[in-house]
Write a protein that binds this ligand. Structure first.
Ligand code: MF3
Ligand code: CO
Ligand code: CO
Length: 258
């Protein structure tokens, strides 16, 4: 149940590759490019390196990555619409490297975005690190959600409740669930050294409630149509504290200003 040193190395390698894919996509996440183009680039890069796209065909999901634009909360399906100035787009990528999963996402600002969108993205990015800095070896899963919920509410945002982070390893989604609000049911889940999981807060400008697209059964939107943003890292709890496995070379680091 708790990961050995060898297993931890497997996850480190997977996280590092997944992060390299994010850096590969980064220069292409710009005005005029479609999310389909990003999807094709991600699939080619993954296969060229001999690895496996985790989302493609996962429970019937049709693409390699998720691209969630503006009011889309998560699981947006790449399409042929060009990204336009003012959009915010979350790019969520998951790959399998030698049987181990790496999972992460970032929200990108396209061209000139409104101050309101920039502030939401900034607060969501900061909330991920607020969650990470709440981690101690053996802490409660609830410590994460309490920290994130308090921080988001102080900024005037709601936290999505219907989608959560998750344990990760040789499976995509495993125990424990990682709610981004203080869910009492998670009090008994402890993050002991050798546990690997994601933190992936979704913050909304308006209501936390969501609505699933009736036609594609994947796209999750805010119920009120207001903006939503998300960031995600895969994290390994060590005896000494958390290790972030999906840090990029070129992306925003803790403390970054958008
Ligand atoms: N990457 C998402 C997560 O963070 C899951 C996407 S599943 C998909 O858990 F099927 F929609 F791709
Ligand atoms: Co995830
Ligand atoms: Co993800």
């Amino acid at each position: 149940m708790y990961l050995t040193e060898e297993e931890r190395e497997g996850l480190r390698t997977a996280g590092r590759f997944n992060a390299s894919l994010m850096d590969f996509l980064r220069p292409h996440v710009v005005e005029g490019n479609s999310t389909d183009k990003l999807d094709k680039l991600a699939l080619t890069y993954t296969r060229d390196h001999g690895h496996i796209p985790a989302c493609l065909n996962y429970k019937g999901y049709p693409k390699t990555i998720c691209t969630s634009v503006n009011e889309v909360v998560c699981h947006g399906i790449p399409n042929s619409t060009p990204l336009k100035s003012g959009d915010i787009v979350n790019v969520d990528i998951t790959t399998i490297v030698n049987g181990w999963y790496g999972d992460q996402s970032e929200t990108f600002l396209i061209g000139e975005v409104s101050p309101a969108a920039r502030r939401l993205v900034q607060t969501t990015f900061d909330s991920l690190f607020i969650g990470i800095r709440a981690l101690r070896p053996g802490c409660m899963v609830t410590d994460i959600g309490r920290a994130i919920q308090t921080f988001a509410a102080a900024a005037g945002y709601s936290v999505v409740r219907e989608y959560q982070g998750h344990g990760i390893g040789r499976d995509f989604h495993q125990e424990p669930g990682i709610p981004h609000f203080p869910q009492p049911a998670s009090n008994r889940d402890l993050l002991r050294p050798g546990t690997c999981f994601t933190i992936e807060p979704m913050l909304n400008v308006g209501t936390w409630e969501t609505r699933l697209d009736k036609k594609d059964k994947w796209t999750v939107r805010t119920r009120d149509g207001a903006l939503s943003a998300q960031f995600e890292h895969t994290i390994l709890m060590l005896e000494t504290g958390p290790e972030i496995l999906t840090l990029t070379q070129d992306g925003p680091r803790e403390g970054h200003r958008f």
